[in-house]
Ligand binder design. Sequence first.
Ligand code: 5AD
Ligand code: SF4
Length: 435
Amino acid sequence: MTDLPKTYRVKSFGCQMNVYDGERMAELLGAQGMTAAAEGEDADLVVLNTCHIREKAAEKAYSDVGRLKREDGSKPVIALAGCVAQAEGAEAKNRSKLIDLVVGPQAYHRLPDMVAEVAAGQRPVDTDMPAISKFGALPARKRSGPSAFLTVQEGCDKFCTYCVVPYTRGAEISRPFSDVVAEAQALVEGGAKELTLLGQNVNAYDGGLDTLIREIARIDGLERIRYTTSHPNDMTDGLIAAHAEVDKLMPYLHLPVQSGSDKILKAMNRSHSADSYLKVLDKMRVARPDIAISGDFIVGFPGETEKDFEDTLAIVDAVGYASAYSFKYSPRPGTPAATMEGAVAQEVMDERLQRLHARLAEHSLAFNRATIGKSTRILIDRKGRLPGQMIGKSPWLQSVFVETDAKIGDLVDVEITHALPNSMGGILQREKVTT
Ligand code: 5AD
Ligand code: SF4
């Protein structure tokens, strides 16, 4: 029997849902009386909240584990959490003797018990995916920054052939409507002005995402609502209408397309075509003409020819993305695409990714430039590097640099004066609007 850890550090990698999960694990450990280790100080317990989505994720996680060993040979209690923990399971303990416990994304409410088991000399593993959700077992939300994440739905039933999510996060499950609304309320009371509703397939939310958004919009003190990530096939007319009708819903939509080639979309099992995707966006633009569209792309999926890739560039031009994320295809063990023929050579992938990046940057620059001279409201979320400079998010989610004495969490009106592909600069228009 060893002592229970007194301090903890949670390190989250990957997507926003992991950031959310990391916060909730920290709150859970805090509720057990542990305190967060100060910056730069050793923690008694380190939780590595890992991501498995792309390239060498497991290897990276094990090398992160290895680096936790201290110079004097001692080490913290090490918890492997997140999607690598789910994918590796008990095998993780064989691959690294340093790992004390393995906890999957659907089991982390058990973390305090498992830490106690470690103190009692065990090396517990829990990668169960119980039908009863973990959320009920987590402590209530108390404090929040100005912009908070809120998971409303988890898992995915779509089974795109390249993707591990249906295996690491499990089947689609939506949290009960009233639980989500109560958590939203608590986050706003704790200081949140903006909520981003999260789900691997957020727009497949059971109670109707638009209904949920309309309900959450009624919370006093909440100024902005966002959601991510959406699947094109679940963009209902109701959700599109909400963009026209709910003022607090920001004009931004992250709608991954992955490829512009119907042949590749079919091989990816995306169950939409380039054309059906564009039609969704046409409707969205009627509802909300200034909407910023963001996307995800994979280059070099097995069988992707130059012509297929050109179709991807064509859809980029047709949409005019305000922002986007693009990745080289990486085979994920256990997914159908991992055994498909027609692997694309690394050099070809590199070259295509560069061309795609260049094209996407042109469009985001064009989008940002079009806002020059306009007045917009930003939510200040951090300090800039220059004295007196603050950085906030525009409604379209770009970072806007402005000189102001406003504080983090304030909403201020600025006039946009210049634009880069990933950020914009502005000057203060009036005094603080909301504090
Ligand atoms: N290889 C490359 N990119 C991937 N993504 C998901 N799985 C893979 C993979 N195996 C990308 C998709 C998805 C984003 C979150 O990560 O573009 O939308
Ligand atoms: Fe993965 Fe496709 Fe589900 Fe997105 S929709 S999480 S890419 S399987």
